[in-house]
Design a protein around this ligand. Structure first.
Ligand SMILES: Cc1ncc(COP(=O)(O)O)c(C=O)c1O
Length: 388
């Protein structure tokens, strides 16, 4: 019913993943498995909603009505067992912009913001580019499964100038779905030291292999009052080209401060198609998402089996969420420069450089499995042939 095996030609669509290869890899001759979007068609219901709206020939200033917030309330309740109110929600032009607004709203210049590294690169820039201090809480790699260093977190949170913990949940690139126990520990430490939790949960709908994502603010009222959660259907339904993200907090003061900053920057209007895309995806995309997750799990299992059989030097920890896999190439004994050149020039595959996520990513690469299975298989064959 849903054909994720179909290879869709994205050329001529200004796709970042395809059309920026020359700039990022120095050549167009690589299979692109980098940028975090998918090579699959969006759900038919979303395509139809967009086309239907596009048929109306006036594209003026557009508001988002109750159907927008209702779709979100319903989604959070049914997908994440998180009962929220419509008036806890604010639209945002993107999760990364919303993180930046929040850093501006809740910290001052020179304040410290904790992040779990290695991590999605904008986590560094939203802090540093705004004159705040990045406090690196380096994740502990236990045989490929990453854990938070809670002793270090306690020490970092206790510093007078530490104001925010920017949590990536689920975590990109290490693929962890934080457990109830881990989230509870984060909450205890942060609330003890009056550190606000900003939880980027953009990958929350893509918890795989029976892992269950827990929205940080759903822990209990105290956590809800000391956090803002950032979500979007963009990763889930492959609609990142639209601005479909939003923030949720039960804390009126936090919501007002967030809104004030977004409004001050005049970025509250949003895009005509964002409401259409979000509403149709959340209201009609449930079955599609179920099928997508099965397909992604099968891609990950096939990658895992291939590596075990043909490339045992590459270490791989099965992600608990996301279509992003974090692969350890360190046993090949190459420098990062040699590894990059090996993958681009010899294997002709375009992966994300592990070091773009932080120093901990030395010897690692991130491979995006959200492509038709035969594309992933082709990339793996190219890597193993280049190595032999
Ligand atoms: C953790 C995380 N946050 C945010 C984003 C991007 O959010 P947006 O496109 O809404 O700014 C990504 C995209 O890869 C991501 O992985």
């Amino acid at each position: 019913m849903y054909d994720f095996d179909r290879v869709i030609d994205r050329s001529g669509t200004n796709a970042y993943k395809f059309d920026l290869r020359e700039r990022y890899f120095g050549t167009n001759d690589v299979l692109p498995l980098w940028v975090a979007d998918m090579d699959f068609a969006a759900p038919a219901a979303v395509q139809k909603a967009i086309v239907d709206r596009a048929r109306h020939e006036v594209y003026g200033y557009t508001i988002r009505k109750e159907e927008f917030t209702n779709a979100i309330v319903n989604w959070c309740g049914t997908q994440h067992q998180w009962p929220i109110n419509a008036d806890w929600i604010e639209y945002s032009p993107g999760v990364v912009p919303a993180l930046a607004f929040s850093i501006l709203a809740f910290t001052n210049k020179g304040d410290g913001v904790i992040i779990n590294t290695p991590v999605y690169p904008p986590f560094y820039s939203v802090i540093a580019d705004n004159g705040r201090r990045v406090i690196k809480n380096s994740l502990i790699n236990r045989d490929g499964r990453y854990e938070i260093d809670f002793n270090l977190l306690e020490e970092q949170a206790s510093q007078e100038t530490t104001k925010v913990f920017l949590l990536c949940s689920p975590h990109n690139p290490v693929g962890r779905v934080w457990t109830l126990d881990e989230l509870q520990k984060i909450h205890e430490i942060c609330s003890r030291h009056q550190v606000l939790v900003l939880a980027d949960e953009i990958h929350s709908d893509l918890a795989l292999f029976d892992h269950q994502h827990i929205p940080f603010a759903s822990l209990h009222n105290e956590a809800a009052m000391n956090s803002i959660v950032f979500m979007a259907p963009s990763k889930t339904f492959n609609i990142a080209g639209f601005s479909t993200s939003y923030v949720v907090t039960a804390n009126e003061k936090l919501l007002k401060a967030y809104r004030d900053t977004q409004n001050r920057l005049q970025l509250h209007m949003g895009h005509l198609f964002s409401g259409v895309a979000l509403t149709s995806a959340y209201n009609e995309g449930r079955d599609w998402l179920k099928a997508l997750k099965s397909y992604l799990e099968a891609n990950i299992l096939s990658l895992e089996a291939y590596l075990a059989k043909n490339l045992p030097e590459l270490q791989f920890y099965r992600p608990e969420a996301t279509y992003l896999t974090w692969i350890d190439f360190r046993k090949l004994g190459m420098t990062q420069k040699e590894l990059k050149s090996f993958l681009v020039d010899k294997a002709k595959v375009g992966l994300n450089d592990g070091m773009s996520f932080g120093q901990e990513g030395r010897g690692f690469m991130r491979l995006n499995v959200a492509s038709p299975r035969k594309v992933i298989e082709q990339a793996l064959v190219q890597i193993s042939e280049a190595l032999r």
